[in-house]
Design a protein around this ligand. Structure first.
Ligand SMILES: N[C@@H](CCC[C@H](N)C(=O)O)C(=O)O
Length: 293
């Protein structure tokens, strides 16, 4: 049966998504439809797709509601190759903006809103013109794979970090390396990450810390999407890795510059251990209708 898919295109620092509302969970796209919609030549073009579905109407939503009964909405996130991910840091801010615009979520200044994801329930707050999301507890995943990327002279040690989804962070030596790596080709990890990984290549600003804020630049190759202009969870992993390498006295506030703009990262203590939060813009660009055969 042919259907019309009413969608909105949005982005967070250039990490772009096709979003659509399916509150009752009636429209599950196939991986083939997802990659066709995300195709930049033959489709709308996007790094991923986000379906807005009520947690109670999705199998994966049960765990979210068990964790927090207030998590009415679930972010059903798909990479552009049709694979799912547990979490998307830029996507969840754009998702909040989309729910508000659609009249599906009331979100007053000062409110905290719980959103279900496959990586757990995440709390959002408004922050300036954008949003801040608490990504919860993070962890070093215990891996330090060697990373090879095209145009990077030698393999470099990476640091595995999980912030709901898996990342490997690699430190670069200089501007030429940052500009020169070819991320049209998937970086090779040795040993391979069993679930795959998003790989961030980072370079500190000079000086690293200014006015108590750590400052880094980053490019990323995303699992399931290729090189993107930004990755929110990747920025968080990169800031955590650089703080880890910098050692005692390194700051808990970070500014991460990505090809598509700038996001903020903040680490803070809570009763259940250290949490990490991401802040940044969320923009909706246009609406459209797609005929799905
Ligand atoms: N761009 C996202 C991350 C999207 C998911 C990622 N590609 C994965 O497979 O884990 C972000 O902003 O965090």
């Amino acid at each position: 049966m042919a259907i019309d898919l009413h969608f909105t295109k949005g982005h967070g620092t250039g990490n772009d998504f096709v979003l659509f509302a399916d509150p009752d969970g009636e429209l599950e796209l196939t991986p083939e439809q997802i990659s066709a919609i995300c195709d930049r030549h033959f489709g709308v073009g996007a790094d991923g797709i986000i379906r807005a579905v009520r947690s109670r109407n999705l199998a994966d939503g049960a765990a979210a509601l068990a964790e927090d009964p207030d998590a009415e909405w679930f972010m059903d996130y798909w990479n552009s190759d049709g694979t799912v991910s547990e979490m998307c840091g830029n996507g969840i801010r754009v998702y909040a903006r989309f729910l508000i615009e659609q009249g599906l979520l009331a979100f007053a200044e000062g409110d905290s809103v719980a959103i279900g994801t496959r990586g757990g329930v995440r709390d959002l707050q408004r922050s300036g013109t954008g949003f801040q999301v608490d990504l919860g507890r993070w962890k070093l995943d215990g891996t330090e794979p060697l990373v090879r990327a095209r145009e990077l002279s030698v393999a470099r040690p990476g640091l595995g970090i999980n912030v709901g989804n898996p990342h490997v962070v690699v430190a670069l030596a200089d501007e030429d390396e940052l500009a020169g790596i070819d991320l049209t080709v998937v970086p090779i990890l040795e040993p391979e990450a069993p679930e795959g990984a998003n790989v961030e290549f980072v370079l500190p600003h000079e000086p690293l810390v200014h006015d108590g804020v750590g400052r880094i630049r980053m490019r990323v190759h995303e699992r399931g999407s290729g090189e993107t202009l930004s990755c929110g969870t990747g920025a968080v992993a990169a800031a955590l890795a650089v703080r880890h390498w910098a050692g005692v006295g390194a700051p808990n506030e970070w500014r991460v510059d990505v090809p598509g703009g700038r996001v903020g990262v903040r680490m803070f203590p809570t009763e259940d251990g250290e949490h990490v939060a991401l802040s940044g813009p969320a923009d909706l660009v246009f609406d459209g209708v797609l005929g799905l055969g």
